[in-house]
Write a protein that binds this ligand. Sequence first.
Ligand SMILES: [Zn+2]
Length: 277
Amino acid sequence: MTPSPRLLLTIDYESWFAPSRRYDFLPPETRFNLDEGLSRQAIDLILDIFGDSKVTFYLVGEMVGWYPELPEKISKAGHEVGFHCHIHRRLDDANEIEKDLIASAGWIQKYNVRGYRAPMINTVEGVYPLLAKHNFLYSSSQYAPAGVAVKKGDVWEIPVSTLPLLKMPDEFNAPRYMNLKLVAGGEFPYGSSFTSGLFRRTVYKIIEREFKAGKSPVIFLHPYEIVTPAGYPRRFVVDMLHHPLLFPFTFNKSNFLKDLLKNFPTSTMQDYIKELQ
Ligand SMILES: [Zn+2]
């Protein structure tokens, strides 16, 4: 059954430095200090913006350790709490993925977390049996055209949306992340906040068109794109000098978000999947 169209708006709840790989292997204490409490301060402001619109938040596990009230507040406001890995970094090895999952097992069970989003939307096929083993219902860790929903054993993959400009791809095997191969294959990854940072109006128009075609786009934003951290993007300048492509992640997208919420119905990923089954 095709669910009624809605915007599957998701928030990858991570600290301001997460787009840069420079922080991935620092001692956890150092990352905690770098956050300076910003992710805790942002949550109330962000929840306010959503009002009655229900969405999905994928939390970085170590941040739940820093600020245990995060999943509590999100779930009390009626949103879905999902998992964005215990430590925000690229994981390509099934053993490493499972170790990371187990590190967050406590709060995953407590909040009945059923949704997984790999950092950088980059994972491997081996993730799906692991997610099934740990009671996950779905993953959203690939890029693919809106409307694609693939069952991988017992686990759904509901990808972040792309617009296929040439032809509909016919294979949805991880990894399918934002790289030259994806873009050269004619897929415009409008679900990424990188893309909405650069082409806000185009992305809005694509979403409008997808709705008319009865589709439910999956898009993501980050907390630091909704509530700009103090001293940002200054604190990110060194990273941007090395990787200018990080620049769109520093744009404030709160007006874009408010526009979307005003004009499109939303739902959590889990509510969408209920209608798929
Ligand atoms: Zn992320």
